[in-house]
Design a protein around this ligand. Structure first.
Ligand code: HEC
Ligand code: HEC
Length: 292
């Protein structure tokens, strides 16, 4: 063991190490530094007692204050919901057609509706509601089932051709592959191709087949029928495509597009109204029928 000595020049204790007359001083740490160091140890111990800290088998020690990041988030969500509670109640009690008359309410409905749309509708109708093959574009004014805010809210609430909601919008185009000959279907495909160019739906051989088999749903003018969700065949807007192959499949097999029902409990009442208001103002919304 080395002997501790004092350095003559500084008066500081040395470590006892000596290299060719050069000694190593054992300068003590400054007092302020030491006390700060001890204070951080005490603080650390107290912290691990108060807050979640020590890893355990599947969780961590909880800390006596019971603080958790999850609880904090839940509290913030509850606060945000409480802040919106009034306007949500107002949305529920306001008639659909009257929402747009109140700027603050309309503003809230559009923002909340856009969020509902992004979460629940965009996977089928597209981020911008532009639609995709089989999923209608909601930006234009071509509506299968109707474009008033009441029509839209009904579609959202009950859905289309689903099994879950007995009030779902429902209609079924027959699969004409079982009913007509291949040649007749080919004639109809060629006939349908002419309709968006302004041809008379009832003219010629195709027109005869159309009148007998199709006009009951798509109309003698081929402009569709909303009560049946039967699309307008004259507007150059094709849900399922207008190539010969697409039209042959549509007519021979029929399509049977299904949309889930979004009424409570899936979405809350105010969310249904908000998303209807959002879709209605996207571009194709129609005016509500005047109240009686
Ligand atoms: C699983 C896919 C799917 C989801 C999710 C979905 N839809 Fe649809 N939606 C469809 C299909 C398919 C149709 C067309 C059905 C038909 O052929 O009539 C449709 C039709 C509609 C229509 C009627 C359009 C018209 O021309 O009359 C509206 C409005 C609509 N959807 C809104 C919504 C809203 C709002 C949401 C979200 C709350 C939503 N949809 C979620 C598949 C979906
Ligand atoms: C019972 C009513 C009904 C009858 C009859 C009917 N359709 Fe349809 N048709 C519909 C409905 C409803 C749709 C929408 C189907 C869907 O979205 O699943 C549709 C869709 C279509 C489409 C697709 C349109 C698009 O935008 O892609 C074409 C084309 C069409 N029908 C042609 C015909 C022809 C041709 C006939 C006669 C041979 C016919 N339909 C008979 C109800 C009918």
């Amino acid at each position: 063991m080395s002997v501790k000595k004092k350095d003559d020049v500084t008066g500081t204790e040395t470590t006892g190490h000596d290299w060719d007359g050069i000694t190593e001083l054992n300068t003590p740490l400054p007092r302020w530094w030491l006390w700060t160091f001890y204070a951080t140890i005490v603080w650390g111990v107290i912290y691990t007692i108060l807050y979640p800290a020590w890893p355990l088998v599947s969780t961590a020690s909880a800390g006596v204050l019971g603080w958790s990041t999850r609880a904090e988030v839940a509290e913030q969500i509850a606060e945000a919901e409480a802040a919106n509670a009034d306007i949500r109640a107002e949305l529920i009690s306001t008639e659909l057609a009257a929402i747009s008359e109140d700027d603050a309410l309309q503003n809230y409905a559009i923002n909340a509706g856009a969020a509902v749309f992004r979460t629940n509708c965009s996977q089928c109708h597209g981020q911008g509601a532009q639609g995709a093959k089989g999923y209608p574009n909601l930006l234009d004014d071509a509506w299968l089932w109707g474009g008033t805010i009441e029509d839209i809210a009904y579609t959202v609430r009950h859905g289309i051709r689903n099994e879950d909601d007995p009030d779902a919008r429902y209609s079924q185009m027959p699969a004409f592959g079982d009913i007509l000959a291949e040649q007749e279907i080919a004639t109809l495909v060629a006939h349908v191709q002419t309709l968006d160019e302004g041809a008379d739906p009832l003219e010629g051989e195709g027109g005869q087949l159309y009148a007998d088999n199709c006009a009951s749903c798509h109309g003698e003018d081929a402009k569709g029928m909303r009560e049946l969700g039967a699309p307008n065949l004259t507007d150059a807007i094709w849900l399922y495509g207008d190539s010969d192959a697409d039209l042959t499949t549509t007519i021979a097999n029929a399509r049977f597009g299904v949309m889930p029902a979004w009424g409570p409990p899936r979405l809350s009442e105010d969310e249904v109204k908000a998303v209807a208001a959002y879709v209605h103002q996207l571009g194709g919304g129609e005016a509500s029928a005047p109240a009686e």
